[in-house]
Design a protein around this ligand. Structure first.
Ligand code: GDP
Length: 321
């Protein structure tokens, strides 16, 4: 019989890629969708006949229990949260409700309704905040620096605690920044690949950026969701960092994107202090030693390949218009 999976955050970047992967693998896929976000199904419209949407909300325990009982999933992936860091400062309590307490409600629902379901919790490199060491490992202390990171740290420890106390197969993947053509244009990676494509096509003439020396550990969202799935196929649950294991600067990113379209970035890019971030001292870079050794996982796409595929996607999409 086909395995069944329930995904929260189905309509987001990761949820849509994970749904694709699981459908490909022959799973019966269910997605938990909030009524208020049900108008926003763009990323999964191509999967509409392959994924069953169930209405529920991480704020409402009984809806979670109903959805888990109805779908009776073998695997549950919690990819939903209030994930926009600036909003976590203006709405800290709501962020905690979704991102922290939502996970308590999910774990409690699993324990009561489907204790043999395997559970993946989307932890984030934001739990490290201002870490003591670089690269970070699964043993690096959590020092979150914003309400989103604090909420994710709570959710992480609850997931570990339910594993220890109740023996649930529950585990956390600590993901670093991951990108794709489905990423919003407010993020620098997509902002740059889209701008390179627009400039190439004569639809724009310049690009304003902030700190070109900022560095990030960027990986492809498709690689990241594959790691999530692999984590739930093991004999024992465990927590892993999911990252590329290398950092690149915004300068390298912009150079690479413009190279893909045959242009010299220096003729188009200017620095605008409006895009500078205060307080950007520490480098977040994930060690992928553990996931490499234990799960034999590594990213399939290099930084350059990721830039290229995103530029190509935007070129194609814009040319079709
Ligand atoms: P996040 O900070 O990891 O959520 O991802 P972003 O894509 O928003 O930012 C990545 C890095 O790019 C940060 O260190 C920013 O300081 C840097 N950066 C430089 N120029 C820009 C820009 O124009 N927009 C954004 N969003 N980030 C920029």
């Amino acid at each position: 019989m086909a395995k069944k999976a329930l995904i929260t955050g189905l309509t987001g970047q990761d949820g849509s890629y994970l749904a694709e992967l699981l459908v490909e693998k022959g799973y019966q896929v269910f997605g938990l969708v909030r009524r208020s976000s049900s108008g926003n199904l763009d990323r999964i419209s191509h999967l509409s006949d392959k994924v069953q949407i169930l209405s529920g909300d991480l704020l409402d325990q009984s809806s979670l229990m109903d959805v888990i009982t109805e779908s009776s999933p073998d695997e549950i992936y919690n990819l939903a949260s209030q994930s926009y860091v600036p909003l976590s400062w203006t709405q800290p309590a709501l962020t905690a409700e979704y991102t922290a307490l939502g996970v308590s409600r999910l774990l409690e629902s699993i324990r009561r309704c489907k204790p043999d379901a395997r559970f993946y919790q989307a932890s984030s490199s934001e739990v490290f905040g201002q870490p003591d060491e670089s690269p970070q490992t699964e043993r690096t202390a959590f020092r979150p620096r914003n309400p989103y990171g604090v909420a994710k740290a709570y959710a992480h420890w609850m997931t570990v605690n339910y594993r220890q106390k109740y023996g649930l197969y529950s585990c956390c993947g600590i993901t670093y920044t991951h990108e794709s053509p489905r990423r919003g244009t407010e993020f620098v990676f997509r902002k740059i690949t889209l701008a390179a494509a627009m400039i190439k096509l004569g639809m724009s003439h310049d690009l304003k950026l902030g700190n070109l020396d900022a560095r990030r550990d960027w990986c492809y969202a498709k690689d990241a969701v594959h790691a999530m799935w692999v984590m739930l196929q093991q004999d024992k649950p465990d927590d892993f960092i999911i990252a590329s294991g290398e950092t690149h600067s915004v300068r390298e990113l912009v150079e690479c994107a413009f190279r893909c379209v045959g242009l010299d970035w220096e003729n188009y890019v200017s620095v605008d202090p409006a895009f500078y971030r205060p307080d950007e001292a520490v480098q977040l870079i994930g060690s992928i030693d553990k996931i490499g050794k234990q799960l034999n996982w590594q990213p399939q796409y290099s930084f350059e390949q990721l830039v290229e595929l995103m530029v190509d996607h935007d070129l194609k999409r814009l040319s079709e218009k």
